[in-house]
Design a protein around this ligand. Structure first.
Ligand code: HEM
Length: 405
């Protein structure tokens, strides 16, 4: 690609925010190798914004240089994401065709109507936590941050109760919470097979849920959504609908418990919970890195020449710490000064469909948790918590706390 120094992004050894600082200092677009694939990394806020909206950048995989594409190691998170045939990897008319049927169900107004339901699911989880011994460590990632968005999205999509346990076991493995299973091709295969079964059942017994809506649309207007696109859409919603929100809730709890004074700002009412959510999205974005945009033709971005077919990795967590955008205190977590904007949900046509849902879930979760447990405190210092071992996700594998009396 170029003779510049190439950085290796390796989740097994990375120190995310320190690595990102080095990448930002190296240039607006930096050559990296991630999961065996050579790409440019867009680490600064302004450059990432340009990449996400540039007319010469596309998500369509056919633009990727075929030599590089064929050499990409199979079975990685990158390969899984870039070959998915959902809206994520479509552009223009195709993208609108795939996204439009769902857009109405995810507007801030429609999601606001779900708030009572989300609050009820949260209250049940809080009740379960309240039954545990108050002075023993409990893992809030596993027992709170994870089940909440999973139950909400399962209900929205229409996952029948009888399949939930198996589905939960498989998604636990994919999301790397405690599980005897490891994420791998078999787990993915089993997850796909189960989702297929659920779609077939919904076809026989329709309900009031997203699977039924999509099936109805497909049967009314068959040419617009193929069977495999229907499946890819459900799969995307299910995975995207909870994995990232788990990280958001976990990261917010960690920041609020560990950065002195922040929780007091919430409890005294000086700052709204929504400010804690937005500041967490900026400061500790749930997504570290996300593949790919490809240059449709030779293009120059911020003085760097990209050749047609080269892929660009979006560095969402890095953009949130960029001092050019957020000033010299960009590394400080401060909910009294939440960002006017951030890129944690992306930008432009692919802006996260589920952003309103994730925001309400996180706000409801934090309010319920910190109200129910006034004596809550961290059970381990942040530097002792192991980070997730994935390229994409940015969070810790656990969030041990003492709930207190
Ligand atoms: C797209 C982040 C929660 C569904 C995206 C993108 C980002 C993102 C950065 C854009 C990717 C790109 O442009 O390359 C997040 C974060 C979340 C979250 C940080 C939680 C804190 C959700 C939820 C749902 C969801 C709850 C669904 C219920 C989607 C979908 C897309 C998407 C369907 C693809 C949109 C498109 O391609 O048009 N998300 N997401 N996300 N997200 Fe989310």
């Amino acid at each position: 690609m170029t003779e510049l120094i190439r950085f290796i992004i390796d989740p097994a050894t990375r120190d995310l925010h320190a690595d990102n600082e080095r990448l930002r200092e190296a240039g607006p677009l930096v050559p990296v190798t991630a999961e065996g694939v050579d790409a440019w990394a867009a680490t600064r806020y302004a450059t990432l914004l340009t990449v996400l909206t540039h007319p010469d950048m596309t998500r369509e995989i056919q633009y990727w240089d075929p030599m590089e594409r064929d050499n990409a190691p199979p079975g990685t998170a990158i390969t899984r994401i870039v070959t998915d045939i959902s809206m994520l990897n479509a552009d223009g008319e195709d993208h609108r065709r795939l996204r439009a049927p769902l857009a109405a169900g995810f507007t801030p107004r429609r999601i606001e109507q779900l708030r009572p339901k989300i609050a009820a699911i949260t209250a049940e989880l809080i009740d379960r936590l309240a039954e545990l011994p108050p002075d023993e460590p409990v893992d809030l990632r596993r027992d709170f941050a994870y089940p909440l968005p999973r139950e909400v999205i399962s209900e929205m999509i229409g996952i029948p109760r009888e399949h939930q346990d198996r589905l939960h076991e498989l998604t636990d493995a994919v999301a790397q919470v405690s599980s005897d299973l490891e994420d791998g091709p078999e787990v993915r295969g089993a997850l796909h097979a189960l989702l297929h079964r659920i779609i077939e059942e919904r076809r026989r017994t329709p309900g009031e849920d997203l699977i039924t809506d999509l099936i109805t649309l497909r049967e009314k207007d068959g040419g617009r959504l193929s069977e495999s696109e229907l499946f890819a859409t459900i799969d995307l919603l299910f995975i995207a609908g909870h994995v990232t929100t788990v990280n958001l809730i976990t990261n917010a709890i960690g920041a609020l418990l560990n950065v002195p004074g922040q929780l007091d700002l919430l409890r005294s009412g000086q700052c709204p919970f929504s400010a804690a959510v937005e500041e967490t999205l900026r400061w500790d974005s749930p997504i570290a890195y996300f593949p790919f945009r490809y240059a449709k033709r030779d293009v120059e971005i911020d003085g760097v020449h990209l050749r047609a077919g080269e892929p660009v990795l979006a560095c969402f967590a890095s953009s949130g710490r960029d001092p050019d955008q957020y000033g010299p205190d960009a590394d400080r977590f401060d909910i009294s000064d939440p960002p006017a904007s951030h890129l944690a949900f992306g930008h432009g046509p692919h802006f996260c469909l589920g952003a309103p849902l994730a925001r309400v879930e996180a706000e409801v979760a934090l309010k319920a948790l910190f109200t129910a447990f006034p004596g809550i405190r961290a059970a381990a210092p942040p530097e002792e918590l192991r980070p997730l071992d994935t390229l994409l996700g940015n969070s810790t594998r656990s969030m041990p706390v003492i709930l207190g009396p």
